[in-house]
Design a protein around this ligand. Structure first.
Ligand code: FAD
Ligand code: FES
Length: 243
């Protein structure tokens, strides 16, 4: 983990309430897809965790949805620097993917899958991606995934764009392994429907964000794990769902 000051290069809306921010600086601590950063905002005690969407050279891209005070403040920033903890979390393990991995993202669970797709395609894998949203106006990053060379399907719950339904309605069965990130009901549905092993990324509420407070612990078959330090990625076989 590193604490760095990153310069805001760009901050623009992708949809009505989802923004893409590009930051520049020392991001050398970010090594694996689906690690996250933890952002300090003036006047807020707790940092705000956001997944790494992309990291290349000294540029970091994050995508965030405005849901409260912190993300609202972020959406209004056009210049300056942010105090950021980088290199947090375990990230996805691409070594387990097989030849034809399937990536399933829902809403703001989509961004970390972008860097994952990039890594898997660079490793020569045939990557399929299912991006799930509620409605057409919420869709983002379809073209970006296509440009990487992924086979992309978009689903919308109301059928206003792409395949009508949930990501599970477009999963098919032609995949060797899966990776997923999104809201918990989606993760549970994928857990039930999937026929292979896979990795789930959890966006638990956090305190410290680096393993010190146990505020994010969850029960697995091998005991309690801290989502911020031992996760956010947990393998299918380890998960114990608690209702
Ligand atoms: C590892 C990790 C990665 C994340 N990656 C992303 C991402 O790439 N893009 C993105 O938009 N969001 C992501 N989140 C969620 C993001 O951290 C929260 O939306 C954000 O902290 C809310 O801050 P706020 O001050 O705007 O809202 P607050 O005023 O703190 O909260 C407003 C609402 O957001 C919910 N919320 C607050 N914290 C979290 C949280 N940690 N997880 C889920 N919901 C929360 C609250 O329940 C509440 O309904 C991630 C969370 C984690 C733990
Ligand atoms: S948030 Fe403190 S241990 Fe995870």
């Amino acid at each position: 983990m590193q604490q760095v000051l990153l310069k805001i290069i760009e901050n623009k809306p992708l949809t009505e309430n989802v923004y893409k921010m590009t930051l520049s600086g020392d991001v050398s601590d970010i090594e694996t897809p689906d690690q996250f950063v933890n952002i300090k905002l003036d006047g807020l005690y707790l940092r705000r965790p956001i997944s790494v969407c992309d990291c290349e050279g000294d540029l970091l891209t994050i995508i965030y949805k405005v849901v409260g005070k912190g993300t609202e403040m972020m959406s209004k920033m056009s210049e300056g620097t942010l105090d950021v903890l980088t290199g947090l979390g375990n990230g996805y393990n691409t070594a387990l993917s097989g030849d034809r991995p399937l990536l399933l993202g829902g809403g703001v669970g989509v961004p970390p899958l972008y860097m994952l797709a990039k890594y898997l395609i660079a490793e020569g894998k045939q990557v399929s991606v299912v991006l799930g949203f509620n409605t057409k106006d919420e869709v983002f990053y379809e073209e970006e995934f296509k440009k990487l060379g992924a086979n992309v399907t978009v689903t919308t719950v109301d059928g206003s764009y792409g395949t009508k339904g949930f990501v599970t309605d477009a999963m098919g069965d032609d995949y060797t392994y899966f990776f997923t990130c999104g809201p918990e009901p989606m993760l549970k549905a994928i857990y039930k429907k999937s026929e292979t092993s896979g990795q789930f990324s959890f966006e638990e509420r956090m305190g410290c964000g680096f393993g010190a407070c146990m505020g994010c612990s969850c029960k697995t078959i091998t005991g309690y794990k801290r989502i911020c330090k031992d996760g956010p990625v947990i393998e299918k076989e380890e998960i114990l769902w608690e209702d």
